[in-house]
Design a protein around this ligand. Structure first.
Ligand code: HAM
Length: 417
């Protein structure tokens, strides 16, 4: 009887050896760019107390009300696999009193997150984000630096056709007033709204602005704009954010109907979208959260941050970015060649080249086939004749040219290419 194999859980994905190099390239870019902007990495646990997310992301949000993987553990604690990283970073910031080190603390992360959403292209139940959180400054330059660091990573990795949308949702008083006006506007149309929007009408009408339904989208075109409800401080903050973005050459569109699906935001919110990846087009989202540190029990400390979805970014990358070539494939034939292949491979690797060799003692023909398949740029051939003459045969696999080089000039030769 054939034993049934076990498949991965719906909405989760393996990152296979054929694709992991693109992840590694993105991760290297993140490390480099974050360090240029003086952000330091923070790593938080995979699970937290459930209360951390209900008190920050918000009870009424989709994430907390229906998407969290939560359970009561053997000790009776209510725990949750983290659905986002801002709340855990704020928790760590408070718990370790990071504000005492410096009045401006800038942190970044690369992490795996869990949300029980309906899986589709670009939407998974385990997914990955990189992001940054900047604590201590309520000034618009902190918002602009956060947007700039995200934008710089997208540019460095080579993503094209992305757009930045920004909005200001002001301070609490502004949102309270706007919520009332929005309800007044929507009330006569309540019958036409979907069941989800009817619930949102009661609990958080701003979220209706985020609707995907074409009918509802048409309806809200005439809805009042939150910009008319901003306080004068909110207004000047937003004016400066826009003007500084222009100063450093970051293009954006203002979207007065942009709202985010998490409750902790105030003032600036933003999203980067890609035209290349289908309906789940938000590759990055973020904003300011000046009350979150205080609301989670810390000192009154403003904050602003972003998080970008790694799977969506990789979908948005052009296929050229995804090709990776090892530098060299060493082909050994005959028993005497084995140790020479090992010595030569080690010497090249120690000098920074990526090298692959055959471990199966296959024929010369199969090894050459493998060298081409792995898209190596060069093959080094070592057989009895080469060992006797102390010369390697080199084949350039891109243009087919073949030549010999003496054993002792191998490294020098590859360095000079
Ligand atoms: P978010 O908008 O929930 O914000 O997620 C940020 C990004 O994560 C999205 O734009 C998307 O690219 C990706 N993402 C979200 N859900 C999924 C999913 N199910 N599958 C694949 N990718 C997904 C936050 O998480 C906030 N913590 C961002 C932030 C940081 N705000 C301030 N600081």
């Amino acid at each position: 009887m054939k034993i049934k194999s076990i498949q991965s859980v719906k909405g989760t994905q393996d990152i296979l050896p054929t694709e992991v190099h693109v992840w590694q390239k993105l991760e290297r870019t993140i490390f480099q760019v974050m360090s240029k902007y003086s952000f330091k990495e923070i790593r938080t646990p995979a699970f937290e107390k459930t209360e951390l997310f209900s008190r920050s992301v918000g009870e009424q949000t989709d994430i907390v009300s229906k998407e969290m993987y939560s359970w009561i553990d053997q000790g009776g604690e209510n725990l949750t696999l983290k659905p986002e990283v801002t709340a855990p970073v704020v928790r760590a910031y408070i718990q370790h009193n990071l504000g005492s080190i410096s009045p401006s603390v800038k942190l970044y992360y690369i992490d795996a997150l869990f949300r029980r959403e309906r899986p589709q292209k670009g939407r998974y139940r385990q997914f990955h984000q990189f992001g940054a959180e900047s604590f201590g400054s309520e000034n618009p330059e902190a918002d602009v630096e956060i947007i700039a660091v995200a934008s710089s990573i997208f540019k460095s990795i080579g993503i094209e056709n992305i757009k930045l949308k920004i909005n200001s949702i002001g301070s609490k008083i502004c949102r309270d007033n706007y919520r009332d006006e929005l309800r007044k506007f929507l009330k006569p149309h309540l019958r036409k709204l979907s069941d989800t929007s009817k619930i949102r009408f009661e609990k958080n009408p701003l979220r209706i602005l985020d609707t995907k339904s074409p009918d509802e989208k048409a309806l809200i075109i005439d809805a009042p704009n939150i910009s008319d409800f901003l306080t004068s401080e909110d207004k000047s903050h937003f004016i400066e954010v826009k003007s500084f973005l222009k100063d450093i050459g970051i293009k954006f569109n203002i979207d007065h109907h942009l709202v985010r699906g998490l409750d902790y935001y105030n003032r600036t919110i933003f999203e980067f979208t890609s035209e290349n990846i289908g309906s789940q087009d938000a590759i990055c989202g973020g904003g300011r959260y000046d009350n979150l540190v205080k609301d989670l029990g810390g000192k009154d400390t403003p904050g602003v941050g972003f998080a970008a979805g790694i799977e969506r970014i990789l979908l948005a990358l052009s296929s050229d970015e995804k090709i990776q070539n090892p530098d060299i494939y060493i082909v050994g034939f005959g028993n005497k060649a084995i140790k020479h292949v090992l010595i030569c491979a080690e010497a090249l690797r120690n000098n920074g080249f990526s090298v692959n060799t055959d471990l199966l003692r296959r024929s010369l023909k199969s090894q050459m086939k493998e060298a081409n398949k792995t898209r190596a740029r060069t093959a080094i051939l070592i057989g009895d004749k080469e060992i006797e003459q102390k010369k390697f045969q080199i084949k350039n696999l891109e243009d087919g040219k073949q030549y010999d080089i003496p054993f002792d000039s191998l490294i020098q030769h590859f360095k000079s290419l």
